[in-house]
Ligand binder design. Structure first.
Ligand SMILES: C[S@@+](CC[C@H](N)C(=O)[O-])C[C@H]1O[C@@H](n2cnc3c(N)ncnc32)[C@H](O)[C@@H]1O
Length: 286
């Protein structure tokens, strides 16, 4: 089933959390000269316009990226620099992010960090989003855009030839079985390549599904797991997605400190009726 389109949601509070984590991981990967591979199992279209009919329908960015500014979050400078780069040439917004016209997706963010010898593998199954992604991030010697199942793609790449990798797994969870599929796929990849950094995005609609994912990862023998979560509402609210999070395996040592600093501030800003919250914890130690 492929009815999900990320263009309806780009720039929402879930994207903000996900992409802040990604930027921190990319910055850490660049600290070593040795090339690395970036594997985006569920890439989306790469770049989104806030003027599109999809974005205008739900205006989720109004309750996400539009609520935060470089002035209020100086510690997120690298993230805002990428957001700024995504705006059309000649449009100067500086600190006024309320006038943003575009929001970059994970492959576009990755492209700003990858060096000449690093490689990206971008998987996207939706025919329209695959077309857009291929246009936004054309395939090159260093970047492959594939209209293939990202779970299968990851299986084929692991272990990576460069022996360094950052894997982002960001499915839409359109069907409940995807929760199990994510764990299975990550655990398989992890056991083929234990030193990789793996980041899994998840929505909190039913807390029990997330608890299950976490305990399945533990039972599968995955070590060094951290969790970062941003909530707009309490778990018992009946309003759909109350929070979203990132499970990060082998996170850079800088990430936890950064998220401890940023998450309480973000929760205050994006929380609905003062009900914002966050989680920042170590689920399994090294
Ligand atoms: C949440 S969106 C990705 C957003 C993107 N990672 C970002 O941060 O900008 C999930 C995407 O996965 C695609 N998708 C769904 N199932 C897939 C699969 N099995 N393999 C690859 N892509 C898939 C959907 O079409 C959708 O575009």
């Amino acid at each position: 089933m492929l009815s999900y389109r990320h263009s309806f949601h780009a720039g929402n509070y879930a994207d903000v959390l996900k992409h802040i984590v990604c930027v921190e991981i990319f910055e850490h990967m660049l600290k070593k000269d040795k090339p690395f591979e970036y594997i985006d199992t569920h890439s989306g279209a790469g770049l989104y316009s806030f003027h599109s009919s999809h974005a205008q329908k739900l205006k989720e960015h109004d309750a996400g990226i539009s609520l935060i500014s470089p002035k209020a979050f100086p510690e997120l400078k690298s993230y805002f620099d990428v957001i700024q780069l995504a705006q059309k040439k000649g449009v100067e917004h500086k600190d006024d992010l309320s006038k943003l016209a575009f929001y970059p997706g994970s492959p576009w963010i990755a492209k700003q960090f990858l060096r000449r010898n690093d490689r990206s593998w971008l998987f996207e199954l939706h025919p329209e989003d695959f077309k857009l992604l291929s246009k936004n991030i054309p395939t090159s010697k260093f970047s492959r855009v594939q209209k293939e199942d990202g779970f299968q793609g990851l299986k084929a790449i692991m272990p990576p030839t460069s022996k360094r990798a950052f894997v982002l797994m960001d499915p839409s969870y359109e069907v409940k079985s995807e929760y199990d599929q994510v764990v299975k796929s990550i655990a398989q990849a992890y056991h083929k390549f234990k030193s990789g950094t793996y980041a899994i995005w998840y929505p909190v609609v039913e807390r029990a599904w997330i608890n299950r994912m976490e305990s399945q990862l533990k039972s599968a023998g995955v070590r060094n797991i951290q969790r970062f979560e941003l909530a707009v509402n309490t778990d018992d609210s009946q309003s759909g997605m109350n929070a979203s999070g990132m499970i990060v395996i082998n996170a850079p040592w800088t990430l936890f400190k950064k998220m401890e600093m940023v998450l309480p501030k973000l929760a205050k800003v994006v929380g609905q009726d003062g009900k914002g919250g966050f989680k920042c914890d170590v689920i399994v130690v090294e």
